[in-house]
Ligand binder design. Structure first.
Ligand code: ANZ
Ligand code: ZN
Ligand code: ZN
Length: 823
């Protein structure tokens, strides 16, 4: 027989598949079939697929093929998240235009994807940097502007003085620029565009509770990111002025224990106080700098608490008490009101701060029942009761919160409120390679930005723009782009020169897949409503927050615009583990990258992708071992040898003989079928295919002699080939043809497990004496209790142990265990 040669088999099938664009095409939305939308996160076109991609796509591909074989109408699309900074960096370095660089990378990666044999429906490919896609970003932006969901405001941005440009938070590393490791990133005020995601904060949060198909850890991360907090605003008057300090507290019940009021270093009153006090100004500036560095490093919590008194005082509206006003570095300017009432006795951070500066600690909460002294700070809320709190003394904390908030509201110095950590989404980027924002400014019409009309779209990104290290938006230097006419008065106007955050592109790309060629709408609602929600979304956990919150937000906006019916984009989400090598994440910077191309060259695409599924459960990290790929390749050789040896064996109908082989076969089918429906332990699925192949190999003499009838041999190889199809599509296609199968293997019906045939013929029953395991006996399956008892008592080892003892009792537990109680 011929040897297994993937280098010959795979390109041959690839050419056939490429010539058949209908092979992986989704059927129409009105086909009447049950649909399955299988989606993997789209890659950034860096130019090279890495193993993390291969793993992600191998999971999705296996699933898509399985669903086809289960008769579903499958949508399995792919696209390119093609805007973004790397293209500009490459342009700077190589003097190539971002567009040319990006499109060349896409072409190269598509070749790789085809080589791997991924089952994508290329008819619905989406490339986010092309005008036929990004024009709809602009269209959505206008819709949001109209609905009050897109607006401009001044806000702080990260600024690298060396790059002379704005940096995204991810580009700030340890407080410094990612490209200039010793340059401290500054904060600058810029007018920016925002999308009002905060409007959906409650819905985004509450929805998480019902999203059972999403991993718990992702839901928790989103919950914390949204950070809803119920509390109260309370106004403290500043002594000797008309000013008020509005604080946000979740524990208004503890207000009699407030021993100071603390302001964020960037609070407007801090600035006002500092203007009149040079020393204070200097100390505040130091705090601001330190806070920024810590914030950029992502560990504000770890910052050493520092502060200073302002010399001013505030009045507690509940009891008129005079408390000092401090500035403290642990108060965030952009959370709550940027000011707090500090209650050291009952808040950990306040306690640490007060201890450091020797400030008074006043206890106002005691445990409900047992009033014994407790260590401070005492944080209890549910079981606490107020003391030394005027008229509220003796009230339980939670009830007091309600009553005291109502009291403050009635008195006009407070209000119940809900605060969120989630901030509106700043989408302006001072970048070239992104979607132009479709707004103009017209001096004649006034200050306000003017939206373009739908018929003015797309605003094309000009080609051949010079990318330099200069600051500001590159589009601002392209006169032909900037100068336009005002859609309102027809006079001269200037375009907005910022572009959109690339997370906009990925917020709705999966809707476009349902109708990627549509040039009169982002997509046809009927199509989207058929395909959505996505049945299974698969990607990296690094997208747990931004992408997966923004796309949930976008879905809700589209629903409210009447475009779709669903409120959530994906029914189920799966986050796969990382690919590591030698204990570290596979990455260029670690220098431990294994190229998929090299693996394919050495072992074939089937072995490479099957190894990616076999080497670890899909949600765990996978330690890449080339030996393992070689092992999978040897396994596939074995399959090939056996299948081609018996390819001409034919026989009809059930026959006697081969029960053991049939049992293994049907157990394997049952295991795979069950796993594909949710557990996805593809590693153990492949292991059970391997066990089946071992069993086939052990049965060779019996198959050769005819002891195992031809009908069984034929069934075994037919089913084996079908089960390989999701994991090793090239080999499966080859064997299907060799076995004389008709049609495409991926459109055959998935084999059905026969529970009778899968049943074990013998049961293994552990026998215990006084609870200690002695031996395992074998009995025919479905033996009754008496038979099991008898078999246990007749066993030699058991007989020897019972010598000279009395059996008091014999217990048979559910035909699974025998316990002998002896004296
Ligand atoms: C008094 C108090 C007493 C507080 C007590 C807590 C316990 P979450 O739950 O995260 O929303 N806080 C308010 N604004 C802040 C800011 N800008 N920077 C830092 N801390 C701030 O936390 C709300 C609590 O965090 C608020 O309730 C406030 O401290 C503090 F026994 O007020 B609390
Ligand atoms: Zn820099
Ligand atoms: Zn105008």
């Amino acid at each position: 027989a011929l040897r297994y040669n993937p280098a010959e088999i795979e390109p041959r099938w690839q050419a056939l598949w490429d010539a058949d664009p209908a092979l992986y095409a989704a059927e129409a939305h009105d086909s009447g079939k049950a649909k399955y939308y299988c989606l993997e996160m789209l890659p950034y076109p860096s130019g090279q697929l890495h193993m993390g991609h291969v793993r992600n796509y191998a999971i999705g591909d296996a699933l898509a093929r399985f669903m086809w074989m289960r008769g579903r109408n499958v949508l399995h699309p792919m696209g390119w998240d093609a805007f973004g900074l790397p293209a500009e960096n490459a342009a700077l370095k190589n003097k190539r235009q971002p567009e040319e660089w990006t499109l060349a990378n896409i072409a190269a990666m598509k070749v790789q994807m085809r080589r791997i044999g991924l089952s994508y429906d290329w008819a619905n490919e989406v490339t986010t940097c092309l005008p036929d896609y990004y024009r709809w970003n602009q269209w959505f932006f206008l819709k949001m502007f109209e609905a009050g969901l897109a607006y401009r405001k001044k806000s702080k941005v990260n600024w690298c003085p060396e790059c002379a440009t704005v940096l995204a938070n991810e580009q700030v590393v340890g407080g410094c620029c990612w490209r200039h490791e010793t340059t401290i990133v500054e904060q600058r005020d810029l007018t920016q565009w925002f999308l009002r995601i905060s409007k959906y904060a409650d819905e985004l949060l509450d929805g998480l509770d019902t999203m059972e198909g999403w991993p718990e850890k992702v839901r928790t991360m989103q919950k914390n990111w949204i950070g809803r907090s119920e509390g109260t605003f309370v106004d403290f008057a500043v002594e000797g002025s008309d000013e008020k300090i509005k604080v946000f507290t979740t524990r208004v019940d503890t207000i009699f224990g407030a021993t100071l009021v603390a302001l964020a270093p960037e609070h407007v009153l801090t600035t006002a106080f500092a203007e009149a006090d040079g020393e204070l100004a200097a100390r505040v500036q130091t705090m601001i700098d330190e806070q920024k560095a810590a914030k950029a490093a992502g560990d504000l919590g770890a910052i050493e608490k520092k502060g200073c008194a302002t010399g001013r005082f505030a009045l507690n509206p509940f009891n008129g008490e005079r408390v000092p006003i401090w500035v403290a570095n642990y108060i965030l300017a952009d959370y709550g009101t940027g000011a707090i009432m500090s209650v050291p006795a009952h808040d950990e951070r306040d306690f640490e701060f007060a201890t450091k500066y020797g400030l008074p600690v006043k206890r106002v909460v005691a445990p409900n029942l047992d009033t014994a002294e407790l260590a401070l700070p005492y944080l209890a809320e549910e079981e606490g009761v107020l003391i030394d709190s005027g008229a509220w003394s003796g009230e339980a904390c939670l009830e007091a919160q309600e009553k005291m908030a109502a009291f403050a509201e009635a008195g006009g110095f407070g209000k119940k409120t809900t605060t969120y950590r989630l901030k509106d989404w700043g989408v302006s980027r001072q970048r070239y390679w992104g979607t132009p924002i479709p707004m103009v400014y017209c001096a004649a019409c006034g200050e306000e930005p003017i939206p373009l009309r739908a018929e003015d779209l797309p605003v094309l990104l000009p080609a051949q723009v010079e990318i330099t290290q200069q600051g500001g938006s590159p589009l601002g230097r392209v006169d032909a782009f900037v100068n336009t006419t005002c859609p309102r008065c027809g006079g001269p106007a200037k375009r907005e020169t910022d572009t959109m955050d690339t997370f906009v592109d990925s917020s709705w790309y999966f809707y476009r897949y349902t109708d990627a060629k549509n040039d009169s709408a982002p997509f046809d609602s009927a199509k989207a409503n058929y395909w959505f929600p996505i049945d299974q979304y698969i990607g990296g956990v690094e997208h747990a927050i931004l992408h997966l919150i923004y796309s949930r937000f976008w879905t809700k906006v589209m629903r409210d615009l009447g475009l779709i019916e669903n409120s959530e984009p994906a029914e189920r989400l799966f986050t796969q583990g990382m690919v590591i090598k030698d204990g570290a994440k596979m990455s260029k910077s670690k220098g431990n990258v294994v190229s998929p191309d090299l693996m394919i060259e050495r072992y074939g695409a089937d072995a490479t992708r099957m190894y990616a599924l076999f080497a670890a459960p899909p949600d765990r990290d996978l330690d890449w071992q080339e030996d393992g790929v070689a092992g999978v390749s040897r396994f596939l050789s074995r399959v090939y040898r056996l299948a081609t040896k018996y390819k001409d064996v034919r026989g009809d109908g059930p026959a006697v003989g081969g029960e053991k082989l049939l049992r293994t076969l049907h157990q394997t089918i049952a295991k795979l079928t069950q796993d594909f429906d949710g557990r996805w332990h593809f590693n153990t699925c492949i292991a059970s295919i391997m066990i089946l192949v071992n069993e086939i190999q052990a049965s060779e003499p019996a198959m050769d002699s005819g002891e195992i009838p031809a009908s069984v041999v034929a069934e075994v190889f037919r089913s084996l080939t079908l089960m390989l199809a999701p994991f090793a599509p090239f080999l499966a296609a080859e064997l299907w043809a060799e076995l004389g199968g008709t049609g495409v293997v991926f459109r055959q019906t998935w084999p059905v497990a026969d529970a009778e045939l899968a049943k074990e013929s013998e049961l293994e029953i552990p026998v215990q004496i006084n609870g200690k395991l002695v031996i395992v006996v074998k009995v025919p399956a479905e033996s009754d209790e008496e038979t099991i008892k008898a078999a246990a008592m007749a066993d030699e080892k058991v007989v020897a142990r019972l010598d000279g003892k009395t059996v008091v009792k014999v217990v048979v537990v559910k035909s699974r265990l025998v316990n002998l109680v002896v004296k």
